[in-house]
Design a protein around this ligand. Sequence first.
Ligand code: SF4
Ligand code: SF4
Ligand code: SF4
Length: 317
Amino acid sequence: MLGKMIGKVALERTLGKFLEDDSHLVLGFEEKGKEVGHRIFKNDLKGFTLVNPFFSANGALYLRRLFSKGAEIILMLRPCEIRAYHELVKLNQIEAEKIVAVSIDCAGASSLKDPGKPRTACQSCREKRGVIGDAGIRFDAKGVPWLLPYTEKGEEFTRLIEGEAEEIPPFPDKEERGTEKFSTNMEAFSEELAHCIMCRNCKAMCPVCYCIDCVFNGDEYLPKGDALLNKVFRSGSLEMPQGKELFHMIRMFHVSQVCVGCGACEEACPQGIPLTKYFKGVSERLQSMFSYMSGRSLEEEIPYLSFQEDELKDAED
Ligand code: SF4
Ligand code: SF4
Ligand code: SF4
């Protein structure tokens, strides 16, 4: 396979040229002193960096319901972010025609709440390699970055970078990780959720939990005020906040085929509830039943969107 060794200067020169057009944007990482976070770069690349040692949010979250507006965008993000972007494209939440998605080899990240400590999601990450999207940036054994094209858009982007394409070297990580073995029970799940305050930050920050008309927006599942009193008069005294388990079970049911195991839900939880192991654990088990890995490619269909009647015959009884 051919790729290009890319120096920081050459990459930044190419992206800088791309940004000269007012309708062009780059979503990537910005370094500001000791802080690194997401930025949508317009016109200039000040502070741009390929590496972000911290995880705050999954960058695909910012792309939800993006239907172009004429903008051309280059994404320079981590594999779990490009995977979530792929799922949103498949769910018709992003118009991908003018987007070039580049995944960058990721060494894992630590939480802003606990700098220096690897996150659960990163420790068991299925795909840390820049092998997702239109192109990938991979670091060779000496730490030199290479740009590898995977699609026509990726080829086009690679051609913009100065220098000749050459045979790529071997890269340290060669394979994706298998599915985590995961088992739990409702007792453990309920115990962990005992501290949940139902702020719903986990839902708000999950990149693939995208419904605008969420079932939890109204009074049906999480009643308040008069609706809550009606429920109390109908069914007796209620523990507050109401519906914790139901909320998480329904959310899990909704996202489990597309969850990318990024841990953004856990990151957003003010109560320190270890959500990743449940959402990632259940999702990876479910996806493996369909030989599916969320976000691995744009071509692989989400199982529930391509359900065949004769599938899962054993489940009929
Ligand atoms: S979940 Fe994987 S891709 Fe995402 S930040 Fe952690 S190691 Fe990187
Ligand atoms: S459920 Fe959690 S781990 Fe899964 S995609 Fe959403 S934020 Fe990421
Ligand atoms: S973010 Fe934490 S406290 Fe808030 S609803 Fe989710 S699990 Fe509960």
